[in-house]
Design a binder for this molecule. Sequence first.
Ligand code: URA
Length: 262
Amino acid sequence: MSRRDSMLREMGIAPLWRDRASPSPQQATVEALPDAQAPAEASRPAAPVRVEAAPARAVTRVVTPKVTPIAAPSSTVSAEGLGWDELEQCIRACQACRLGERRTQAVPGVGDREADWLFVGEGPGAEEDARGEPFVGQAGKLLDAMLASLGLARGHKVYIANAVKCRPPGNRTPEADEIATCHPYLDRQIELIRPRIIVALGRPAAQTLLGGEIKIAAARGRLFQRKGVPVVVTYHPAYLLRNPQDKARAWEDLCFARASVV
Ligand code: URA
């Protein structure tokens, strides 16, 4: 059994799925979304980008969705111009929202600071809060298997971050104002990494990256852009653990992401 097949098996989807992106790629045109958090009327669609898209889904032209404003941050954080070390120090010391009160530690992110791939989750859970690293629990194991199915590994050409850097109590979904408050940190991480592709894992990540109401089912298979960086949306690994029947769709999304790397 090939390594890739064994990884797909780990994801629980082999031998059903094969990457259909490589043999017969199709061309697709995508349009940019307005920059996250920019007012809709101030947005300028970027020049259309030619990409090779996986034919697994009939994906062609992305229609810019209606962008609804993200909630106001509870207080203002600035990460502008910070280098990696200063940025991580700021994140670790941050008390800008209520998530700072009950965390054990902030979880800035992990991986290659010059990564091609950036995976963005929702927020740290209990194990991440204890260990200070994103995606180290059960969902993290599945994320590692997803990375391996693409021939990627945590820390090598891959960076993993979250929409919020502190654990929401009881693992609740982060509130919109918490995500908005934390957003400058993610924004700066993206500026520093300059990834070739961003994969949004789940709805909160997609919404913070794309700046509007996003439904995963509708956003899958579309190539978005955020400040010139392609963004692909897929299911959160924790969702996939609860809904293994959707792992095959996630694999399809990862193939689409790989075909969309510019
Ligand atoms: N879920 C997330 O969204 N992020 C983590 O770091 C862990 C679980």
